[in-house]
Design a protein around this ligand. Structure first.
Ligand code: SF4
Length: 164
Protein backbone atom coordinates (compact mmCIF):
# COMPACT_ATOMS: atom_id res chain seq x y z
CA UNK A 1 0.00 0.00 0.00
CA UNK A 2 1.10 3.62 -0.40
CA UNK A 3 1.76 5.54 2.78
CA UNK A 4 2.95 9.05 3.61
CA UNK A 5 4.48 7.93 6.90
CA UNK A 6 4.18 6.12 10.22
CA UNK A 7 4.28 7.34 13.82
CA UNK A 8 5.04 4.97 16.68
CA UNK A 9 3.81 7.03 19.63
CA UNK A 10 1.18 9.58 18.67
CA UNK A 11 -0.85 11.09 21.54
CA UNK A 12 -3.11 13.28 19.38
CA UNK A 13 -4.86 10.74 17.12
CA UNK A 14 -7.02 9.13 19.83
CA UNK A 15 -6.52 8.01 23.44
CA UNK A 16 -3.25 6.58 24.77
CA UNK A 17 -0.13 5.82 22.74
CA UNK A 18 -1.05 5.19 19.14
CA UNK A 19 0.61 3.69 16.10
CA UNK A 20 -0.58 6.00 13.34
CA UNK A 21 -0.47 5.15 9.64
CA UNK A 22 -0.69 8.20 7.36
CA UNK A 23 -2.17 6.77 4.18
CA UNK A 24 -1.06 8.39 0.90
CA UNK A 25 -3.64 9.82 -1.49
CA UNK A 26 -6.69 12.00 -0.88
CA UNK A 27 -9.27 13.43 -3.27
CA UNK A 28 -11.17 15.62 -0.77
CA UNK A 29 -8.78 18.62 -1.08
CA UNK A 30 -10.13 20.41 2.00
CA UNK A 31 -9.10 24.07 2.14
CA UNK A 32 -6.52 24.50 4.92
CA UNK A 33 -5.60 20.77 5.05
CA UNK A 34 -2.62 20.21 7.37
CA UNK A 35 -1.22 17.34 5.28
CA UNK A 36 -1.29 18.49 1.63
CA UNK A 37 1.76 16.31 0.89
CA UNK A 38 -0.52 13.27 1.35
CA UNK A 39 -2.91 14.19 -1.51
CA UNK A 40 -1.01 12.78 -4.53
CA UNK A 41 -1.94 9.07 -4.85
CA UNK A 42 1.43 8.45 -6.54
CA UNK A 43 3.40 10.21 -3.77
CA UNK A 44 4.71 8.84 -0.50
CA UNK A 45 6.24 5.36 -0.52
CA UNK A 46 5.22 1.73 -0.83
CA UNK A 47 5.14 -0.58 2.19
CA UNK A 48 3.54 -3.98 2.45
CA UNK A 49 0.87 -4.51 5.08
CA UNK A 50 3.12 -7.23 6.59
CA UNK A 51 5.92 -4.70 7.09
CA UNK A 52 3.54 -2.20 8.68
CA UNK A 53 2.03 -4.85 10.97
CA UNK A 54 5.52 -5.90 12.10
CA UNK A 55 6.31 -2.28 13.04
CA UNK A 56 2.95 -1.89 14.78
CA UNK A 57 3.61 -4.96 16.91
CA UNK A 58 7.20 -3.96 17.76
CA UNK A 59 6.19 -1.48 20.48
CA UNK A 60 4.59 -3.11 23.55
CA UNK A 61 3.41 0.29 24.86
CA UNK A 62 1.02 0.87 21.93
CA UNK A 63 -2.66 1.16 22.92
CA UNK A 64 -4.19 1.43 19.48
CA UNK A 65 -3.92 1.82 15.73
CA UNK A 66 -5.04 5.04 14.04
CA UNK A 67 -5.56 5.22 10.28
CA UNK A 68 -5.06 8.79 9.13
CA UNK A 69 -4.15 10.47 5.92
CA UNK A 70 -4.60 11.09 3.27
CA UNK A 71 -7.83 9.13 2.93
CA UNK A 72 -7.65 5.66 4.55
CA UNK A 73 -10.90 4.54 2.91
CA UNK A 74 -9.43 4.98 -0.58
CA UNK A 75 -7.11 2.06 0.32
CA UNK A 76 -9.78 0.30 2.34
CA UNK A 77 -8.70 -3.27 1.60
CA UNK A 78 -5.14 -2.77 2.88
CA UNK A 79 -6.45 -0.72 5.81
CA UNK A 80 -8.84 -3.56 6.63
CA UNK A 81 -5.87 -5.93 6.80
CA UNK A 82 -4.15 -3.55 9.25
CA UNK A 83 -7.33 -3.15 11.34
CA UNK A 84 -7.84 -6.91 11.65
CA UNK A 85 -4.19 -7.40 12.65
CA UNK A 86 -4.47 -4.65 15.27
CA UNK A 87 -7.55 -6.24 16.79
CA UNK A 88 -5.83 -9.63 16.83
CA UNK A 89 -3.09 -7.93 18.89
CA UNK A 90 -5.62 -6.46 21.34
CA UNK A 91 -5.35 -2.89 20.02
CA UNK A 92 -8.32 -0.57 19.52
CA UNK A 93 -8.73 0.90 16.03
CA UNK A 94 -9.57 4.48 15.10
CA UNK A 95 -9.77 5.96 11.61
CA UNK A 96 -10.11 9.41 10.17
CA UNK A 97 -12.00 9.96 6.92
CA UNK A 98 -13.11 12.83 4.74
CA UNK A 99 -16.19 10.74 3.90
CA UNK A 100 -19.25 10.70 6.15
CA UNK A 101 -20.24 7.67 8.23
CA UNK A 102 -23.41 7.28 6.13
CA UNK A 103 -21.44 7.31 2.84
CA UNK A 104 -19.03 4.67 4.12
CA UNK A 105 -21.84 2.46 5.37
CA UNK A 106 -23.55 2.58 1.96
CA UNK A 107 -20.38 1.46 0.11
CA UNK A 108 -19.93 -2.30 -0.05
CA UNK A 109 -16.10 -2.24 0.10
CA UNK A 110 -15.59 0.70 2.43
CA UNK A 111 -18.20 -0.55 4.90
CA UNK A 112 -16.08 -3.66 5.54
CA UNK A 113 -13.37 -1.46 7.04
CA UNK A 114 -15.91 0.74 8.83
CA UNK A 115 -17.38 -2.29 10.60
CA UNK A 116 -13.99 -3.21 12.12
CA UNK A 117 -13.42 0.24 13.67
CA UNK A 118 -13.95 1.27 17.27
CA UNK A 119 -14.08 4.95 16.38
CA UNK A 120 -14.46 6.92 13.15
CA UNK A 121 -13.70 10.65 12.99
CA UNK A 122 -15.67 11.61 9.92
CA UNK A 123 -16.14 14.44 7.47
CA UNK A 124 -13.88 16.89 5.67
CA UNK A 125 -11.86 19.55 7.46
CA UNK A 126 -13.80 22.83 7.13
CA UNK A 127 -11.57 25.85 7.64
CA UNK A 128 -14.42 28.16 8.71
CA UNK A 129 -15.31 25.67 11.48
CA UNK A 130 -11.74 25.13 12.65
CA UNK A 131 -11.15 25.10 16.41
CA UNK A 132 -8.04 24.28 18.44
CA UNK A 133 -10.25 23.50 21.47
CA UNK A 134 -11.68 20.30 19.98
CA UNK A 135 -10.46 16.86 21.05
CA UNK A 136 -9.26 14.56 18.25
CA UNK A 137 -10.65 16.66 15.40
CA UNK A 138 -9.81 19.88 13.62
CA UNK A 139 -13.19 21.41 12.78
CA UNK A 140 -16.59 21.48 14.48
CA UNK A 141 -18.40 19.64 11.64
CA UNK A 142 -16.32 16.51 12.20
CA UNK A 143 -17.86 13.81 14.39
CA UNK A 144 -16.07 11.39 16.73
CA UNK A 145 -18.29 8.35 16.27
CA UNK A 146 -18.59 5.20 18.39
CA UNK A 147 -18.88 2.76 15.49
CA UNK A 148 -20.11 -0.42 17.28
CA UNK A 149 -22.78 1.56 19.18
CA UNK A 150 -23.83 3.39 16.01
CA UNK A 151 -24.18 0.16 14.03
CA UNK A 152 -26.22 -1.41 16.84
CA UNK A 153 -28.47 1.67 17.25
CA UNK A 154 -28.94 2.31 13.53
CA UNK A 155 -27.98 5.96 14.05
CA UNK A 156 -24.79 7.86 14.80
CA UNK A 157 -23.70 7.69 18.46
CA UNK A 158 -20.91 10.10 19.40
CA UNK A 159 -17.96 9.42 21.72
CA UNK A 160 -18.18 11.80 24.72
CA UNK A 161 -15.43 14.44 24.85
CA UNK A 162 -12.55 13.41 27.13
CA UNK A 163 -12.35 14.97 30.62
CA UNK A 164 -8.84 16.29 31.36
S1 SF4 B 1 -9.68 14.59 4.10
FE1 SF4 B 1 -7.98 15.02 5.49
S2 SF4 B 1 -6.13 14.67 4.25
FE2 SF4 B 1 -7.83 14.84 2.83
S3 SF4 B 1 -7.83 17.00 2.21
FE3 SF4 B 1 -9.28 16.78 3.93
S4 SF4 B 1 -8.09 17.25 5.76
FE4 SF4 B 1 -6.62 16.84 4.10
Amino acid sequence: MRIAGLTQDSIVDGPGFRFTVFVQGCTHHCEGCHNPQTHDPAGGREMTTDEIIREMRSNPLTDGLTLSGGEPFDQSEDCLTLALAAKESGLNVWSYSGYLFEQLLADEKKSQLLKELDVLVDGPFVLSQRSLALAWRGSRNQRVIDVPKSLAAGEVVLVPDPVY
